[in-house]
Design a protein around this ligand. Structure first.
Ligand SMILES: *[C@@H]1O[C@H](CO)[C@@H](O)[C@H](O)[C@H]1NC(C)=O
Ligand SMILES: *[C@@H]1O[C@H](CO)[C@@H](O)[C@H](O)[C@H]1NC(C)=O
Length: 118
């Protein structure tokens, strides 16, 4: 009688531990992590897309000069949050662009593009 009881208790305890572990790793999904190499060709492509798409939507004529820094977030695909330096004629300005990509269905969208105070 005593031993099965102990086993049931152990299993219950173990599953509680496992569930709380799962909850912890869920909390990590959705966190932003820094992009180590902002010169990566994939990042350059996302950055170019962000500026081109912004220009297309707004009628602006911004040109990308560099990716200053960025972060990514895993969310049914990847969110890229990039700080982009752009030029507009002779004026230089930084923007924060967010691009959502789901590469397996070739989906990409510019979610936001906002000026940053520098
Ligand atoms: C770009 O520069 C032009 C001319 O100075 C200005 O009218 C326009 O508002 C600027 N666009 C952006 C997005 O800053
Ligand atoms: C892309 O993002 C913009 C801004 O959030 C939104 O208005 C638009 O509906 C989105 N387009 C698609 C295809 O999801």
């Amino acid at each position: 009688m005593k031993i099965p009881c102990l086993i049931v208790f152990s299993i219950a305890l173990l599953s509680m531990l496992l569930f709380s572990d799962a909850a912890r790793s869920d909390a990590l999904v959705g966190g932003w992590s820094p992009i180590k190499d902002v010169n990566d060709p994939d990042i350059a492509e996302i950055a170019n897309y962000a500026v081109t798409e912004y220009d297309k939507r707004s009628g602006a004529k911004l040109k990308l000069s560099s990716v200053v820094k960025g972060q990514t977030q895993v969310v049914a695909g990847t969110n890229y949050r990039l700080v982009l330096e752009t030029t507009n004629g002779s004026a230089t300005k930084n923007y924060r662009a967010v691009v959502w990509e789901k590469p397996w269905i070739h989906f990409r969208n510019l979610t936001s593009f906002d000026p940053l105070l520098t």
